[in-house]
Design a protein around this ligand. Sequence first.
Ligand code: AMP
Ligand code: ZN
Ligand code: FE
Ligand code: FE
Length: 292
Amino acid sequence: MRIDLHTHSRCSDGTDSPGVLVDHAAAAGIDVLALTDHDTFAGWDEARAEAERLRIGLVVGAEVSCRLAATSVHMLAYLPDPGEPELQAMLERVREGRNARVPLILERLRAVGVVLDVADVAAQSRDATSLGRPHVADALVAAGHVANRREAFDRWLSEGKPAYITRYAPEPADVVTRIIAAGGAPVLAHPRGRASRKVLSDDVIASLADAGLAGVEVDHHDHDEAVRRALRGLAGDLDLVVTGSSDHHGTGKDGHELGSCTTSEGEFLRLLDRARVNAERSGRVVPQPYLP
Ligand code: AMP
Ligand code: ZN
Ligand code: FE
Ligand code: FE
């Protein structure tokens, strides 16, 4: 079984529509795919229809933006009730922050002589419900300023670079609580990747486990072997599910091909079990995984 539990579509900053993403997963020999767009559930229906057509497993979810001590942290939410009002309101507020940030980023770019319009970004983001820096990067590529997203981040968009603008995101502990109340399973995404390693100490992860965290993403491209070993040990101590995923963004991110990191069948079943328990306790009507 090849199980890939963290991918993005064009509903956020991936480059494929949800349907095409599912097509690619099937072609790559993936047995179970999770769609986890940033801060939106918009791609679920399209992905589900295509998964049923191709008879490939699908778990719906999202990657929720969080902030801890001014540092960005990502929380995967598997199988929550998308209609749960407080989770919905939380995601809406995050998406508003994403939208409000775009003109501010463009102002900063203008100050360093790079002139782009909101319409240039919209032309790239098209039908995305969740707007991100990668869409600004795509507009920079389209206008010929840089060759790819990575170069746009390195020159202007990454934290500490001239066009970096922060945005609203809730605290991870609150996000864990909201996901559980919506009957879903929260899993900490790439905790020792880039920025988040500064704030996600073993103690902080233990406190999130106390709050109901179900798992940690261990096998991720941002984690080297030593980090993975340490996280696996911590997950064992805290009884957390261990996941692995590609964090695929289509052609938007090199080295994150579908299935390039995977979750074992045993851990996947444990994760479904945690989701089932949370769903029952919450009393919410949650989406079911599609497992043909
Ligand atoms: P945002 O959601 O707007 O804060 O932007 C963060 C997203 O940008 C992440 O989900 C990454 O996928 C993407 N990203 C961050 N750094 C890079 C990079 N160096 N190259 C390509 N994409 C990146
Ligand atoms: Zn992304
Ligand atoms: Fe992430
Ligand atoms: Fe991601």
